[in-house]
Design a protein around this ligand. Structure first.
Ligand SMILES: NC(=O)c1ccc[n+]([C@@H]2O[C@H](COP(=O)([O-])OP(=O)(O)OC[C@H]3O[C@@H](n4cnc5c(N)ncnc54)[C@H](O)[C@@H]3O)[C@@H](O)[C@H]2O)c1
Length: 469
């Protein structure tokens, strides 16, 4: 059976073969699939047997760099795409050579996809960042050239929550100090100011993906949980929201921070907030380094007001592993290292095998949805658009995708082009200078599809045209 086609006249994805008849194209059998959550299984496994394959999948070339997790590789190879996976990133000149040829690139944090590189990526449809951040990609340049970018911001929430639970116990029992003493040959058996965590109050600042996971775990350990968030949120279990940050600081034995890096959260915990905390309480920060005023924390710990702290994130973090955690990096580095009962970790909150696997699944699924169906849910640089899938019953349907400049009058022209056909569903949204339109048209033959595609290509607002059927 001939494989169905993707019509993408703006790239070198194989040009449409109009001798293929629509009736031989496979179409999705299911009418709608919810997007997978961060921890979902492979899309390929969950999908109905006849998933939309809108092109010769073996013609889609994918380059994966930086040892992308096997879970992501399996999803992409399972679709029949041509996947080349390398263990490392590439020097820029080699990257430019390779990127010219591919429709999809998967990277982690080391590969820089700047304008110079992306300018050469004439065939590139989509970038998968198999990591949390997307700073390494010129998102604006990508969007303006119709290249969608996906990442996986929440796949490691559980890993962070579990680390924090561990740290609460380690701080309450001064385990870091006892262990360091033993490593130096010192036996120091003490119970003074060592506590169980049962019955203590945990104050969670920021009750999002991580904060709420932590809430459940902490209650299971017998803690009372309160939380503060700028949004009104229903608490899990018996946890309860408090109206102000000071309320939380006044009541909590352990304060843990899970807010995003924003101007409002910069130095959110500084001298006045530390003053509000209970005598002998503990502070944990695994959010972002700018959230805590670290010199103020050092003072509060030296005075005994704060009995212990765990920091996983810092205002300045080294780009590579090595002996960099010194005053050259942060002026207070060595002071911080000299404080008792402080756990210092190198931004490893989300660094687990499970999180890497979940990232592979989430980004792999997002790439498949985008390549096969044009769905942009989860894209960081494009508006998020979704239409329920075409079904097998809908013979002669095609999905038209038009990425365009966000300027007045475009939709009128697009609708003039589509107007002669029955548009069974349509969605359009914009983000900054770029807009995304997706429409399913029915009762179209190959000549109609060719006509629609060429007419859209001719519009001055065009960034990218794809027709999937
Ligand atoms: N240490 C690590 O390795 C690691 C890993 C993953 C995430 N993180 C960081 O953890 C933090 C939380 O991540 P998440 O996935 O739970 O984010 P999230 O977006 O799911 O939740 C953040 C919560 O903070 C709340 N919030 C925002 N501004 C606030 C304010 N000024 N005061 C109180 N609440 C506020 C939001 O309403 C939201 O509920 C982020 O900074 C993220 O970058 C760190």
């Amino acid at each position: 059976m001939a494989a169905p086609q993707n019509i993408n006249t703006s790239s070198s994805i194989p040009k449409p073969d109009f001798t293929h008849r629509l009736s031989v194209s496979t179409s999705p059998t299911n009418t709608f699939q919810s997007p997978p959550n961060s921890f979902g299984g492979a899309l390929a496994q969950r999908a109905a047997p006849k998933q939309l394959k809108p092109f010769n999948t073996q013609d889609i070339k994918i380059l994966l760099l930086e040892n992308v997790n096997q879970s992501g590789r399996d999803i992409l190879t399972g679709q029949g795409y041509q996947v080349e996976a390398l263990k490392t990133s590439l020097p820029e000149d080699q990257l430019i050579e390779k990127i010219r040829d591919v429709h999809v690139i998967g990277i982690r944090s080391k590969t820089k996809l700047n304008e110079r590189v992306l300018r050469e990526a004439k065939n590139l449809l989509v970038i998968g960042c198999f990591c949390i951040g997307t700073n390494q990609v010129d998102l604006e340049y990508a969007a303006k050239h119709g290249i969608a970018v996906f990442n996986s911001p929440f796949a490691n929430s559980r890993s962070v929550a579990e680390l924090v639970i561990g740290e609460i116990i380690v701080l309450a029992r001064q385990l870091g100090d006892r262990s360091n003493e033993m490593h130096r040959g010192t036996w120091n058996k003490v119970s003074n100011k060592c506590w169980e965590i049962r019955g203590k109050t945990l104050g969670i600042v920021g009750y999002g993906h991580i904060g709420s996971q932590l809430s459940v775990l902490a209650e299971a350990m017998g803690m009372d949980v309160i939380y503060y968030d700028v949004v009104s949120l229903m608490g899990l279990g018996t946890s309860r929201q408090v109206p102000t940050l000071n309320d939380l600081l006044n009541q909590a034995d352990f304060v843990t921070l899970h807010v995003p890096e924003l101007p409002e959260t910069k130095n959110m915990i500084s001298a006045p907030q530390l003053e509000q905390m209970k005598e002998g309480s503990y502070l944990i920060n695994a959010s972002r380094g700018t959230v805590v005023d670290i010199p103020a924390l050092i003072n509060s710990m030296r005075s005994g007001k704060i009995a212990g702290a765990a920091l996983d994130v810092y205002p300045n973090e080294p780009a590579a592993n090595g002996d960099y955690f010194t005053n050259d990096l942060n002026t207070w580095g060595e002071d911080l290292r000299s404080v008792n009962n402080i756990i210092l970790t190198p931004h490893i909150g989300g660094s687990t095998e499970e999180a890497q696997r979940a990232i592979g699944v989430e980004v792999g699924d997002a790439l498949v949805r985008y390549i096969n169906q044009g769905i942009t849910l989860g894209a960081v640089n494009m508006p998020e658009c979704n239409l329920r899938s075409l079904t097998l019953e809908e013979v002669g349907h095609a999905r038209v995708i038009y990425v365009h400049q966000n300027v007045p009058g475009v939709l009128r022209k697009v609708n003039e082009i589509l107007g002669g056909h029955n548009v069974s569903k349509q969605i359009s949204d914009s983000k900054g200078d770029v807009a995304y339109m997706m429409a399913d048209v029915s009762d179209v033959g190959l000549a109609d599809i060719k006509d629609i595609s060429e007419s859209l290509e001719a519009l001055s607002s065009k960034i990218l045209v794809r027709v999937l059927y």
